[in-house]
Design a protein around this ligand. Structure first.
Ligand code: ATP
Ligand code: MG
Length: 568
C-alpha cells in the first residue's frame, strides 16, 4: 500500500476525551473515528487489524468443528418475551418498532434467535452435538460507553452456541471451546488469564472469562499464589474467619459524631481505623428493604449480595425515603442494633469486637459494641469483595488482585433457554429431551483495544506480529530528489510484496522525521529505510519497532529476516 493512496491522517496531539492509551492511540494512528457515543467507524488501517483478529478466530472455531452462520442483527420482541428477557434485560436493550408497530430489538446477544433455529432444525439426537457461530454486530446501550472500542455501544462479537443431548455432552463442547479460546488468545500474542466468572444477564451455570491483563482493565481478578485458583472478583468467595472475637474491653456507649455520615468521616472524627467500624447499607428487597452489614473498610460485592434471599436483583441501593422508613433516621447513621428489617452480616464481621456502628439516630454512633453482649451474635454470609492478602477460597495460598479486560466469555447455559423456548430433540428411545446449551463470546473489536493496552510505548503502538496492519514500513529518504533512489525503492516495494509481505510504502514527499514518527505511532513491527548512501553499499537500514537502535544490513539479509519473522 502506498501511503499517498491510503488516505491516512495521523494526529500529533492526544485527543482530550480519550481516557485510556489504546483509545488515544487508535484515534491518533487513524484506526478509528468516532461517530457518536460508543459508535465508531473502522478506518482502512484499523479494519486491516480487525480482519486479522477475525481470521484467527474463524480458523480456530472451524478447527474446533463449529459451523459458521449469520443471524439477523434485528430480532423480534416475541422471541425475547418467550425467553423472559424482554423485561429483564432493561435499558441495555435497544428497542424499536416497525411501520406495523411490531416491536424489535437490535440484538445485544443471540441466545433467543439460535434457540429458535435449533428448535426448528434439530429433531434427533443424531444431529448432536452441534456448535453454530457467527461474527456479528451487536448493540448494547451501555450506561457509560468509554475507552473507545473497548466499551462501545455498537461492537462486533464472535458468538457461538453449542447444543448437546445431555450435561456430559455440554461439558465436552464447553471444554472444546475452552481449548479453542486458549489457542486463539495464544495465537493473537496476548498475555491473558482464564478466570471463574458470574453468568450475568445471560444466566446459566458454569462460566469462565478470558482476560487480557492490563492496568487499565475494568475488571478486578483475584488469583492465588498457592494453587491455580483465579476468579473475577465478582464471584471470588471469601471464607468465614476461623478465630473468635477478642474479649470485650470497652463499655457500650452512644456518642455524638456530628456530620459523620461516611465511614471516612467517622473514622477521622473518632480517630480509629475504618476496620474498627461497621458499615450498614440499606438495599431494595423483594418486599421489604434489607440491611447489609460489612466491616467499614470492606467493599460490598453486588453480585453476591443480589443472590441473598429477599434481596432484589440486580442489586439496587435504597433511596433516602426507604432508608428513612427502615431506620427511622436520615441516611448516614444506619446500624444493625434495633433495626426492624432483615439484616445480613458479612463473614469478616464475625471476629470483630469493641466496634463502632450507626445508632439509627442523626449524628449518633454506638462505640464499644460487642457481639453476645450488646447485640446478638449473628449468622454471617459472604457479602464483600475479596482483597489482596485474603486466603484463597481453595485453602492454599493467599489472593492477589490484578486488572483485566474481558475479551472472551464461555458459559454452560444448561436447559434454561431450551426449556423456556421448547427446543428439544428425540433421544434413542424416542423421548423428547431439552437440549443442553452452551454459549461462547469473543469481543472482536474489544481485542484490538486490549492488544494496544498491552503493546505500546510513549511513541505509539507496537503491534504483535499476528495483528499488525502491515508487516513492514518502507521509508525512502529524499526519493523525490533522486530518480535512482525512486527506482530502487519501487523495486524493493515490488519485491517485498512478491515475497508475500504486507508493505506500507511511505512514498510521501515529507521529511524523514515525519515518516519515522508516523511509522512508530502506527506501530508496524519492521522498518526498512532506503537511502542513497545505503544503496551504494547494497545495504538497507533495518529497525524493529521495539529495538533501541537501527542497523545496516545487506539487502538480501534484510529480506530474509523480514520473511522469516513475518511469515515464518
Ligand atoms: P462486560 O462485563 O464487559 O460488560 P459482558 O460480560 O456483558 O461484558 P458478554 O455478554 O460476556 O459481555 O459478551 C461477550 C464478549 O463481548 C465480552 O467478553 C466482551 O469481550 C465483548 N463485549 C461485551 N460488551 C462489550 C462492549 N460494550 N463493547 C465491546 N465489547 C463488548
Ligand atoms: Mg461476560
Amino acid at each position: 500500500m502506498r501511503f499517498t493512496r491510503f488516505g491516512l491522517t495521523t494526529l500529533r496531539d492526544t485527543p482530550a476525551d480519550a481516557e485510556v492509551v489504546s483509545h488515544q492511540l487508535m484515534l491518533r494512528a487513524g484506526l478509528i473515528r468516532r461517530l457518536g457515543p460508543g459508535l465508531f467507524t473502522w478506518m482502512p488501517l484499523g479494519l486491516r487489524v480487525l480482519r486479522k483478529v477475525e481470521a484467527i478466530v474463524r480458523e480456530e472455531m472451524n478447527r474446533a468443528g463449529a459451523l459458521e452462520l449469520l443471524m439477523p442483527a434485528v430480532q423480534p420482541a416475541e422471541l425475547w418475551q418467550e425467553s423472559g428477557r424482554w423485561d429483564k434485560y432493561g435499558n441495555l436493550l435497544l428497542r424499536m418498532s416497525d411501520r406495523h408497530d411490531r416491536e424489535y430489538c437490535f440484538g445485544p446477544t443471540h441466545e433467543e434467535v439460535i434457540t429458535d433455529i435449533a428448535r426448528r432444525e434439530l429433531r434427533s439426537y443424531k444431529q448432536l452435538p452441534v456448535n453454530f457461530y457467527q461474527v456479528q454486530t451487536k448493540f448494547r446501550d451501555e450506561i457509560r460507553p468509554r475507552f473507545g472500542v473497548m466499551r462501545a455501544r455498537e461492537f462486533i462479537m464472535k458468538d457461538a452456541y453449542s447444543f448437546d443431548i445431555d450435561p456430559a455432552g455440554l461439558e465436552e463442547s464447553y471444554q472444546a471451546m475452552h481449548a479453542a479460546y486458549t489457542a486463539i488468545f495464544e495465537r493473537l500474542g496476548l498475555h491473558f488469564r482464564v478466570v471463574d466468572a458470574d453468568g450475568g444477564e445471560i444466566g446459566g451455570n458454569r462460566s469462565q472469562e478470558f482476560h487480557v491483563l492490563a492496568d487499565s482493565g475494568e475488571d478486578a481478578i483475584a488469583w492465588s499464589d498457592g494453587d491455580d485458583f483465579a476468579s473475577n472478583i465478582e464471584t471470588a468467595a471469601t471464607l468465614r474467619p476461623t478465630g473468635q472475637p477478642a474479649a470485650a474491653t470497652l463499655d457500650f456507649e452512644k456518642v455524638s459524631t456530628p456530620n459523620a455520615r461516611t465511614i471516612d468521616a467517622l473514622a477521622k472524627f473518632l480517630k480509629v481505623d475504618p476496620a474498627q467500624t461497621l458499615k450498614t447499607l440499606i438495599v431494595e428487597g423483594d418486599e421489604q428493604p434489607v440491611a447489609l452489614v460489612l466491616r467499614g473498610d470492606h467493599e460490598l460485592n453486588t453480585v453476591k449480595a443480589a443472590k441473598l434471599p429477599g434481596v432484589k436483583a440486580p442489586l439496587t441501593m435504597a433511596d433516602a425515603d426507604t432508608v428513612r422508613k427502615a431506620t427511622q433516621c436520615a441516611p448516614g447513621y444506619a446500624g444493625p442494633i434495633g433495626l426492624d428489617c432483615a439484616v445480613f452480616f458479612d463473614h469478616a464481621t464475625a471476629v470483630m469486637s469493641d466496634f463502632i456502628c450507626g445508632a439509627n439516630e442523626v449524628d449518633m454512633h454506638f462505640v464499644g459494641v460487642n457481639f453476645g453482649r450488646d447485640i446478638e451474635r449473628p449468622e454471617t454470609a459472604d457479602l464483600r469483595n475479596v482483597v489482596e492478602g485474603d486466603p484463597s477460597p481453595d485453602g492454599k495460598g493467599v489472593l492477589h488482585i490484578a486488572r483485566g479486560i474481558e475479551v472472551g466469555h464461555i458459559f454452560q447455559l444448561g436447559t434454561d433457554y431450551s426449556e423456556a423456548m421448547k427446543a428439544s430433540v428425540q433421544d434413542k428411545d424416542g423421548n423428547d429431551i431439552s437440549m443442553s446449551m452452551g454459549c461462547y463470546g469473543i469481543g472482536i473489536t474489544r481485542i484490538v483495544g486490549a492488544a494496544i493496552e498491552q503493546n505500546h510505548d510513549e511513541n505509539g503502538i507496537i503491534w504483535p506480529e499476528p495483528l499488525t496492519p502491515f508487516n513492514v514500513v518502507l521509508i525512502p529518504i529524499n526519493m523525490h530528489r533522486s530518480e535512482n533512489l525512486r527506482e530502487a525503492a519501487e523495486d524493493l516495494y515490488a519485491e517485498l510484496q512478491a515475497a508475500g509481505l504486507e508493505v506500507l510504502f511511505d512514498d510521501r514527499d515529507a521529511r524523514p522525521g515525519v515518516k519515522f514518527a508516523d511509522a512508530e505511532l502506527i506501530g508496524i513491527p519492521h522498518r526498512l529505510v532506503i537511502s542513497e548512501r545505503g544503496l551504494e553499499a547494497g545495504e538497507l537500514e533495518y529497525r524493529h519497532r521495539s529495538d533501541e537502535e537501527s542497523q545496516m544490513m545487506k539487502r538480501d539479509d534484510a529480506l530474509t529476516l523480514l520473511v522469516e519473522s513475518s511469515l515464518g
